[in-house]
Design a protein. Structure first.
Length: 332
């Protein structure tokens, strides 16, 4: 698990080193072509241990996306002399030349096994999403344009065929208004300490004012139930269920900032009924999670019914429990 320690001395050292020019890295990120290996970017000085090179800064999300219980190690690289721009509590605007790096790992025989690393590269013509699969030696990862299937066991002991998305499938989650866009690094889902350090070192233009923070997922029991459930839905569902995204035709908008009960699915009928509805009539029935399409689809792995459609092979029992309790406590 990525701990808060990444916001200590290691992070400060990495941020301070962001001024070190990385000509080869910048070329790999910005020039045409698809680098065949992750090592071509020079993101890590110790790939197996995921120790970032100078200028590559680790970060974490308050509430992360569930991916079969994978540990995720996140990093950002900004070119020398550039900075990200804050937009209130929303997604940070990153300059051309930025790379967002996310490694997925599982524990095997007491050791971390790196499975894949996904990179989002901000080129002059927009963002490009690429998946890289780690070799058995854990020394490097190779571009997997066609995706991959990898047999592994989740932290809960479930044997699964883990799916690495192909290059085009990345757009299913990262697509917004016809373009690829980052999802995770929104000010509301980032540590205020991390944001302040980025501002201090000149890599973020200003501290986002009045950011309405998502709760830390590991501290969800001490947060309000509504905040925990809404944060979970925002992170796990809203990248598709929002205007301009791949599931916008459903009329369901699960973004954190959405306040209209009907848009959130409360008392809302599905646009197209089918087996995905499981015979239920409304997306959310207050007080009755067992009659709500939302929890029905979250509670299964059946293809064509399960939600999210990609990115998981198992049911997130913890997330489901929070959403069920939230619906149970809704007033009729």
């Amino acid at each position: 698990m990525i701990r808060h320690a990444i916001f200590g001395a290691a992070l400060l050292s990495a941020v301070a080193a962001m001024a070190v020019p990385r000509i080869d890295r910048d070329a790999a990120i910005q020039q045409d072509g698809l680098p065949r290996t992750l090592s071509a970017y020079g993101f890590f000085i110790d790939p197996r241990a995921q120790v970032p090179d100078a200028g590559v800064v680790p970060y974490r999300l308050n509430t992360p996306l569930f991916s079969d219980g994978a540990e995720k190690l996140r990093f950002v690289y900004l070119p020398d002399g550039t900075q990200a721009t804050a937009d209130g509590e929303n997604l940070l605007a990153f300059p051309v030349g930025t790379a967002l790096i996310k490694t997925f790992a599982f524990e095997e025989a007491g050791e971390r096994r790196l499975i894949e690393t996904r990179v989002l590269l901000h080129r002059a013509d927009g963002w490009l999403a690429l998946p890289y699969v780690w070799n058995a030696e854990q020394s490097d990862a190779t571009l997997a344009v066609a995706g991959a299937r990898i047999d592994l066991t989740t932290p809960k002991g479930e044997a699964i065929s883990y799916r690495v998305p192909n290059k085009n499938q990345c757009k299913e989650c990262h697509g917004l208004d016809g373009a690829v866009t980052p999802i995770g690094p929104k000010a509301r889902n980032l540590s205020r300490t991390w944001l302040a350090e980025m501002v201090e070192h000149g890599h973020l233009d200003r501290m986002p004012a009045d950011a309405n923070q998502l709760p830390l997922w590991e501290n969800r029991e001490s947060a309000s139930l509504t905040s925990a459930a809404r944060a979970y839905l925002d992170v796990n569902c809203a990248h598709c269920h929002r205007p301009g995204a791949t599931a916008s035709n459903s009329g369901l908008d699960l973004r954190w900032e959405q306040q209209d009960p009907h848009a959130l699915g409360i008392g809302k009928r599905p646009v197209a009924a089918g087996r995905g509805a499981g015979g239920h009539l409304f997306d959310i029935v207050p007080g009755k999670p067992g009659e709500s399409i939302l929890t029905y689809r979250m509670s299964t792995t059946e293809p064509g019914v399960a939600m999210p459609e990609i990115g998981k092979e198992t049911v997130d029992e913890d997330g489901l429990a929070v959403v069920r309790r939230w619906i149970e406590e809704m007033a009729f």
